[in-house]
Design a protein around this ligand. Structure first.
Ligand code: FAD
Ligand code: NAI
Length: 475
């Protein structure tokens, strides 16, 4: 550890560690301060690697394999014995995946000559040429280090609600829901957002009865309506009991059970669960990050205020990822990290916020990029759309995955592609085609004129584009 660096990054999540690595590649001396201790050991990788993207996907994969082995193999003529799930082993595997990746990030920092300072970082003063950062190690004396540049990358934490206070055992947040040591018989979930659908799916597949309470009248209002309607139908068929327009007014633990009281259009109802997950969104985490008088401006919602290039109000201080405006997604944080590092180095890096992909890793996945039909209309476009059902896609049917649809949204005047939306097997991969097409300002006609391999699920992208002009072949 030195007293002074070119760049100090506070936060070692996907945003922070990518920023640190890019800056080091560009020749800057870099320290990355990260205070996280995961399962007893200091850990890089932030929310995403430790308690977010990666462990949730490990459990989604295990639970999908279990469900598919149990219920789908017979159709293929495959006979299995009594299919069992060993939850402890499943969690062990998840932990091993996390450990491998977080150790990998530590190796990358080391390999790039970056000092990982294990402890808390606080911006004391960001106004002068040399920024002052307090470093309070996990053990030992705190010190002040100086840096020409600072990147704030402290991420986010779950929002807590007073009507359902988490206790770490019965009423838990997403982190607790990654650690259930047995399958709850009845699982309640507050919030039918991304976490509710993903973690609700994990435990439902493993045998829990899952009820998901959503306060809003509409399911998945952020998605294109055609997609959210289809997704709701498929998820309900799988057994996720999603209740929209339902407000949880109280949740308390009584005799080892969680008693949840709801208000459904004025009617009060009570239900009991073994466990309750609270996943009603996340908030920027800036406690201990900013000393009083450090000079950083926050927004009304407590985010660090930044411009399109992630510059804060103070010269030389950047903020990225969940701490700032925009979707709370790891890939968005990473791209902002790289942009901030390159901007510090004097380059003209940009993030295209119009093509940030959203993926919900249910089965089938729900994913999109760009504008939904409704958002495009609201923005004043004359819109044309095309969609194609996977029930008519040969590959999807051969895989036993012939459900869902792919949809394209375009500007009717110019034919320009504005968005691609899918609820389909592999939707998260498929919409990358939409992202690349949008980056290259493709038209619907471009997608119509390309040759898609047969038989692939991607052919449904081609057919959706053809259908936008009434030309789909298999519809
Ligand atoms: P974080 O990953 O939160 O990292 C910030 C780090 O800063 C933390 O490790 C924290 O300990 C540290 N820190 C904070 N304050 C200080 C301080 N003062 N000093 C030192 N260190 C500090 N996103 C996706 O794109 N795809 C997914 O599939 C996905 N799945 C998710 C599943 C779950 C269950 C959850 C909870 C989130 C998921 N996300 C997913 C969101 C994703 O995890 C975040 O968007 C991403 O981690 C944000 O990156 P970040 O670097 O901004 O912040
Ligand atoms: P979310 O914003 O996706 O969903 C929260 C849901 O809870 C919303 O539908 C909201 O209307 C509802 N809600 C809010 N208050 C409520 C209340 N009192 N009662 C009932 N419902 C209520 O937030 P979530 O699921 O907590 O996830 C947080 C963030 O983490 C996401 O926004 C996303 O950015 C990130 N994430 C991303 C993943 C991915 O990319 N696959 C996976 C998991 C999380």
């Amino acid at each position: 550890m030195k007293n002074s660096y070119d760049l100090v990054v506070i936060g070692g999540g996907p945003g922070g560690y990518e920023a640190a690595i890019r800056a080091a590649q560009l020749g800057l001396s870099v320290a990355c301060i990260e205070k996280r201790v995961h399962k007893g050991e200091p850990a890089l990788g932030g929310t995403c690697l430790n308690v977010g993207c990666i462990p949730s996907k490990a459990l989604l994969d295990s639970s999908h394999r279990y469900e598919a082995t149990k219920h789908e193999l017979a159709d293929h003529g495959i006979t299995t014995g009594d299919v069992q799930i060993d939850i402890a082993k499943m969690l062990e595997r998840k932990d091993a995946v996390v450990k491998g990746l977080t150790a990998g990030v530590a190796g990358l920092l080391k390999g790039n000559g970056i000092d990982w300072l294990q402890g808390w970082g606080t911006l004391l003063d960001g106004k002068g040429e040399q920024k002052q950062v307090k470093f309070a190690p996990l053990e030992g004396e705190e010190t002040t280090i100086t840096a020409k540049y600072v990147i704030l990358a402290a991420g986010s934490v779950p929002i807590e609600i007073p009507v359902a206070k988490t206790d770490g055992e019965y009423i838990v947040d997403s982190t607790g829901a990654l650690e259930f040591s047995e399958v709850p018989k009845r699982l309640g979930v507050i919030g039918a957002g991304v976490i509710g659908l993903e973690l609700g799916s994990v435990w439902r597949r493993l045998g829990a009865e899952v009820v998901v309470y959503e306060a809003m009248p509409e399911f998945l209002a952020v998605a294109d309506k055609e997609i959210s309607k289809e997704a709701a139908k498929l998820l309900k068929k799988q057994g996720l009991d999603i209740r929209v327009d339902t407000k949880v007014t109280n949740a308390e633990v009584v005799n080892g059970e969680v008693v949840v009281t709801t208000d459904v259009k004025g009617e009060t109802k009570t239900e009991t669960f073994d466990k309750l997950i609270v996943c009603v969104g996340r908030r920027a985490y800036s406690e201990k990050l900013l000393a009083e008088g450090c000079g950083i401006e926050l927004t009304e919602r407590g985010l660090v205020a930044v411009d399109d290039q992630c510059k804060t109000n103070l010269d030389g201080v950047y903020a990225i990822g969940d701490l700032v405006r925009g979707p709370m997604l790891a890939h968005k944080a990473m791209e902002e990290g790289m942009m901030a590092a390159e901007r510090i180095h004097g380059e003209k890096a940009q993030v295209n916020y119009d093509t940030i992909i959203s993926v919900i890793y249910t089965h089938p996945e729900i994913a999109w990029v760009g504008l939904s039909e409704q958002a495009a209309i609201e923005k004043g476009y004359e819109v044309k759309t095309g969609s194609f059902s996977l029930a008519a896609n040969g590959r999807a049917l051969a895989q036993g995955e012939g459900v869902g649809l792919i949809k394209v949204v375009a500007d009717a005047k110019t034919d320009r592609l504005l968005g691609m939306h899918a609820v389909a097997v592999g939707a998260g991969e498929i919409v990358h085609q939409g992202m690349i097409a949008m980056e290259f300002v493709s038209s619907i006609e471009d997608l119509q004129l390309m040759t898609f391999a047969h038989p692939t699920v991607s052919e449904a992208v081609h057919e959706a584009a053809l259908s936008a002009d009434g030309r789909a072949i298999h519809a």
